[in-house]
Design a protein around this ligand. Structure first.
Ligand code: AMP
Length: 482
């Protein structure tokens, strides 16, 4: 299928050719004709699938087709509501790139920066507005934004809106939109509250579900390192000695952790910057640009800051800490291997993170290959659920064991892997019963994802309460930031 076959106008085909896009992705193939026909859409899909172009292209086409009869002064005819500033900027950039021959104008508004520049742009006239909920409401209350002429509304990453505590703001915004409009609703997962919300927004929607093309198995080379927490920084520096790692996105669980890792790397003469919610929007954008332009080699990020970050040809993702939510692992490693490119995802796991790793293995359906020949191997980390401050973690066997220290990929049935499965709890499936490596992970689909979420809820009380506190903290810190 080509962009011409799905009836995209010449001006859009031209800019897509300039972007180097040859053919539509599956979500574009399915969504574009539906949107062009004027129907509402419920799309179950996540970033990395080509979702932005799937809604941006038909919106640009509909608006440019109707341009002749439109009022002379530009009014906001399309609104895209998205949860994070980074996503908003990226969506705005996509509209600019795809729409550069259409004459349509987009403006992006988000919190955390002074509003003046944004209000000046709004006053100059805008066709397409991309916004995060908090700043949009602020500007609507000040009458800088009037949505009476809105024709097309997109709610992007609805489940993330819910996670980040924005759902009431979203409902408030929707109540102010004209009732006669076309609405598009995107969410990576469809929990009950999201389904309910979708029903209040959409009229007879066409539903589509797109599963990312096995990002964890086919395109991305994954590996796992058991390492005690205090040795993680040393292992990171050790791995970054390899010049093949041209640029790496390193994930930490906390903002503080991101700052510390960036500091440690800079001290070791590895240029790095941290990006997280405590940094000003300008600082975050600057760090992102420096990383994209390869001025810094390492970008250390928290999950929320990295959500939706789109970096072409990112070669390495390093999970300095294992995420407590398995879907986050898939999202993180999906930062590499985008649009069919290969990539490498490395994960550091200490003893206390084994429960999280177990959840990830369950979701992706195959064990992550273990690297056991490295200078900071922690036997304690290889044991399921060791005591938090196990003495073993402090024993000399965590000190560098090999001076050459070239990591080597563990073969199936390696000592550590074997001892791990021997010691694993009864709830872990024996290896023989697991899906083979050649099988695609089945559970990235939203339905199974929901199921695995339920499965998990009874799995570990400790991780559950940790997660609850973390979410509460994140929601608190995100309120007022959008
Ligand atoms: P998204 O899911 O919108 O975040 O897009 C993921 C990445 O795929 C972005 O880098 C897009 O520029 C890229 N992309 C989107 N559509 C296409 C396409 N049809 N061909 C090639 N790359 C694409």
């Amino acid at each position: 299928m080509s962009f011409k076959k799905i009836n995209l106008i010449q001006t859009l085909q031209k800019s897509l050719a300039e972007e180097g896009y040859i053919r539509p992705t599956p979500i574009q193939n399915r969504a574009i004709p539906i949107i062009l026909s004027g129907k509402d859409l419920l799309g179950c899909a996540q970033t990395g699938t080509g979702k932005t172009a799937a809604f941006a292209l038909p919106i640009l086409q509909i608006l440019s087709n109707k341009k002749e009869g439109a009022p002379r002064r530009r009014t906001i005819r399309s609104l895209i509501l998205t949860p994070t500033r980074e996503l908003a900027v990226q969506i705005g950039d996509s509209f600019t790139a795809y729409g550069k021959h259409t004459g349509l104008k987009n403006v992006v508004v988000f919190g955390g920066v002074k509003q003046r520049l944004q209000t000046d742009r709004l006053k100059a006239g805008v066709d397409i507005l991309v916004a995060t909920p908090g700043r949009l409401l602020d500007l609507m209350e000040q009458n800088y934004i009037i949505l009476n002429h809105l024709e097309l509304f997109v709610l992007d990453e609805a489940d993330r809106m819910l996670d980040m505590g924005f759902i009431n703001d979203v409902k408030k915004i929707i109540s102010k939109l004209p009732s006669k409009r076309q609405s598009l609703f995107f969410s990576a997962t469809m929990p009950d509250e999201i389904v309910k919300l979708a029903k209040t927004i959409l009229v007879n929607p066409v539903k589509i579900e797109i599963t990312p093309e096995s990002p964890t198995v086919e395109a991305i080379k994954q590996s796992l390192y058991y390492v005690a927490r205090p040795d993680k920084k040393n292992l990171l520096i050790h791995l970054l000695k390899d010049p093949a790692i041209v640029s790496a996105l390193v994930f930490t669980r906390t903002k503080h952790g991101a700052d510390i890792v960036a500091k440690v790397l800079n001290k070791a003469n590895i240029l790095s910057e941290a990006i997280h919610g405590n940094k000003s929007q300008n600082a975050r954008q600057r760090a992102l640009n420096n990383f994209k332009e390869k001025k810094t080699r390492v970008l250390v990020a928290t999950d929320i800051a990295a959500r939706g970050i789109d970096i072409d040809e990112l070669s390495h993702v390093i999970n300095y800490e294992i995420p407590n939510i398995p879907e986050t692992y898939v999202h993180r490693i999906g930062r590499t291997g985008r649009a069919g490119l290969g990539g490498v995802a490395i994960s550091f796991c200490d003893g206390e993170e084994r429960a999280f790793l177990k959840d990830i293995n369950k979701l992706i359906a195959i064990p992550i290959p273990l690297i056991e020949d490295h200078p900071y191997v922690s036997d304690a980390a290889a044991i399921v659920n060791p005591k938090p401050s196990s003495n073993k973690d402090k024993q000399p066997n965590n000190k560098p064991r090999s001076s050459s220290g070239k990591p080597r990929q563990a073969k199936g049935g390696s000592r550590t892997e074997k001892s791990r499965s021997e010691k694993s709890s009864a709830s872990e499936k024996p290896r023989g019963e697991r899906s083979s490596a050649s099988e695609k992970p089945k559970s990235i689909k939203s339905g199974t994802t929901e199921k695995s979420r339920n499965d998990r809820s009874g799995a570990s009380e400790k991780s559950k309460s940790w997660r609850k506190n973390k979410w509460a903290r994140e929601i608190k810190s995100n309120r007022g930031k959008s």
